[in-house]
Design a binder for this molecule. Sequence first.
Ligand SMILES: [Zn+2]
Length: 210
Amino acid sequence: MSADWIDISVPIHTGMTHWPDNPPVKVERMLDMDAGDVCNVSQMSLGVHTGTHVDAPRHFLRDGISVERAPINALIGTARVIEIADTRTITVDELRRHDIQRDERILFKTLNSSRCWQTDDFIEDFVYISQEAARYLAQAHVQTVGVDYLSVGGYLTDGPETHRALLTAGIWIIEGLNLSLAPPGTYELVCLPLKIAEADGAPARAVLRI
Ligand SMILES: [Zn+2]
């Protein structure tokens, strides 16, 4: 990429980490020039919540809108990378220090970015947004929340609660970011989820420009 863009997406590859009850990820050649075919064509098998992806409200809300109707404005525009010091959860106490404003697009950079993408194993104790902090973000009327591992909520704690608090407030969720190359600060965000009809989420490419 050109020097002023930072790619904050993770590569999709066979055997990569995924949420434990979601499908495994496979990308393989079904036509292969090395095998005499006229061109190369790969096929993939994966869940829509693989790697860097957007959660649509329908992920946790039965009648919520699906991902192909994601408002472009929620996913393209000014965004702030906030560095989180807590190595377990994102808390209300820590959020209060950052003067979060209505309609902000906030990306949380935690220990996850440097720790969790080094391995294809699922990391259970990743840093997540506590359900209290999710309600705080909902009351602050932010527009978008991004996190640097596979869920806004924890593995066994605050999963549904944190998702519902954000999604019922109309907040768009980006998950699976790698923010290790993005120092805290203000950027232009571009994140476009694939237009998968009726889907509860979709893989996305996400980039930042200083
Ligand atoms: Zn999610």
